[in-house]
Write a protein that binds this ligand. Sequence first.
Ligand code: ADP
Length: 181
Amino acid sequence: MRLVILGGPGSGKGTQGKQLCNKLGIPWISTGDIFRAAIAQNSELGVKSAPYVERGELVPDAIAIELIRERLVQPDTANGWLLDGYPRTAFQAEELDFLLDDLRGRLNWAIWLDVPEPVLIDRSLGRSRSDDRLDIIRRRIELFHERTIPMMDYYEPREKLLRINGNQPPEAVQQDILAAL
Ligand code: ADP
């Protein structure tokens, strides 16, 4: 199964995505996690992405696309994957489809965890990541509206979008996702 999970910062993408991957036996691929790990290691990718991640800005598409191109040819992806945090822009969504054409695969579903904005802010403030300061969270939510929500218009007409109410207890969200798949 090839899945993407979408939602604002604090929407529960990571929590739900990891659980779903355990159930389905597919790898969880979080671009946010990969960038944070690269920054902690001070690798080349880390140095390139740090100025964006630390300010809550999007890393340039070219960097994100290259990262995904390299990741989706690793051997553990043979039975599918779940992407958390990618795509984040309509351009990235298109690029993913081009990549899938090359790999002769197709996306099964884009899962959208729909959560009201005040809840996103509360949840993000409850974590203590360095990119979870109020001003940075606000910027990430703004970018979510500007860049990621329009991407739903890419998946919806292709009948790939599963809209899930993410404002419920985690078990209920997981159940709704499993029922929808
Ligand atoms: P959250 O789940 O809270 O929205 P993530 O962990 O997915 O946050 O991402 C953290 C940061 O990593 C983003 O604010 C952004 O700077 C960068 N990032 C992650 N994925 C992408 C992507 N696909 N394109 C551009 N930037 C990205």
